[in-house]
Write a protein that binds this ligand. Sequence first.
Ligand SMILES: Nc1nc2c(ncn2[C@@H]2O[C@H](COP(=O)(O)OP(=O)(O)OP(=O)(O)O)[C@@H](O)[C@H]2O)c(=O)[nH]1
Ligand SMILES: [Mg+2]
Ligand SMILES: [Zn+2]
Length: 372
Amino acid sequence: MGLSKLGLDRWFKNHIHELCGSKKNIARVVAIDRGRIMVHDGDNEFSAELLGNFFYAAESAAKFPCVGDWVCLKQHDDDSPDSAGFASIERILPRKTLLKRKTVGYNEEFQILASNIDVAFIVMACHYDFNVRKLERFLVMIHEAHIEPVLLFTKTDLISPEALQRLINDIRGADIHIQILAISNVSGDGLNQLRQFIQAKKTYCLLGSSGVGKSTLMNQLLGKDSFATQAVSDSGQGKHTTVRRHLMLLKQGAMLIDMPGMRELAVAEIKDGIEVSFSDILELAQNCRFANCSHNSEPDCAISAALANHTLNSEHYKNYLKIQKESRHHQKQTLFVEKRRKAKNASRIAPTKTQQRKQRKQVITEDEQNQS
Ligand SMILES: Nc1nc2c(ncn2[C@@H]2O[C@H](COP(=O)(O)OP(=O)(O)OP(=O)(O)O)[C@@H](O)[C@H]2O)c(=O)[nH]1
Ligand SMILES: [Mg+2]
Ligand SMILES: [Zn+2]
């Protein structure tokens, strides 16, 4: 059985006997597709269902299987009456690492991303996507899970080697000393170095904003177009093409998990990062005659002047507007969700007018019954 090629080591094996008995049907969760759990047993990939006890015992999302988990299976015999033609999951083996992120404005405080990851690649497109604060936020999340972080710059074909070096200097200047790899999916630069870096039997994942080239890289490493990719918009924003996490076995014998682009982490960070990424525009705007200048048709607008004489790049400016708009939209959304949640909680405590009327009626009928 090829379970060790999927990363099953002594650490997990020690738990199998005590948790799963002698049967030892073990598999790894490779994808969760609209509630259907896909597992791999080293030979085949197939779907497995959850036993009812999970739903009784699971008080939080962390108690349910996620991509990367090792699970004990009960195989249904084909001639048994309850055979569903596949296996059911009895237990989850303890996790070495669990990657989760804080969610904004939802009831569930954390979203579980994946488990048993050895190395997390923070994937950032170096021509557009990068800023130090965003990197720091990723690092907090990854360090919290005791996973090794590696920064993976993509799209190096879109900037000069000097510009790339400046980014690396910024990172070192911020006292961040993680390993940095830089690749281009277009020119192929850096891919061999990355292939050499990836070790057999280890599990890696791709974290980053939408459109930075995670799935394109996955396809490169797999040597085939297994995953859909999609062109980014003019401003470099991705379109959230990948919607599910998926663990794949690479030729090197390593496992790699492709993940959906992270909208919240990215947008929340864009809000913080606007001052850093677009400091030139913010500085220019200080010279507009009106403090609340919209830079459309006001007199003595420094932005309009700079656009007209090309000292301000119009693409750069459009990018700024777009990101600002998205960030405001996100803020409104978050406020809205938060408000709705508060209202919902409040309504749980305070009965509505109709409920009050019903309750009064009930009290009256109960009184009548008592009297009679
Ligand atoms: N110039 C350039 N374009 C790239 C590179 N890598 C990917 N792209 C392009 O960037 C776009 C987005 O790539 P995807 O692989 O779909 O990005 P993703 O990170 O998987 O995005 P989501 O699935 O939405 O999270 C595609 O049009 C790719 O062809 C690169 O190294 N250089
Ligand atoms: Mg993708
Ligand atoms: Zn202006």
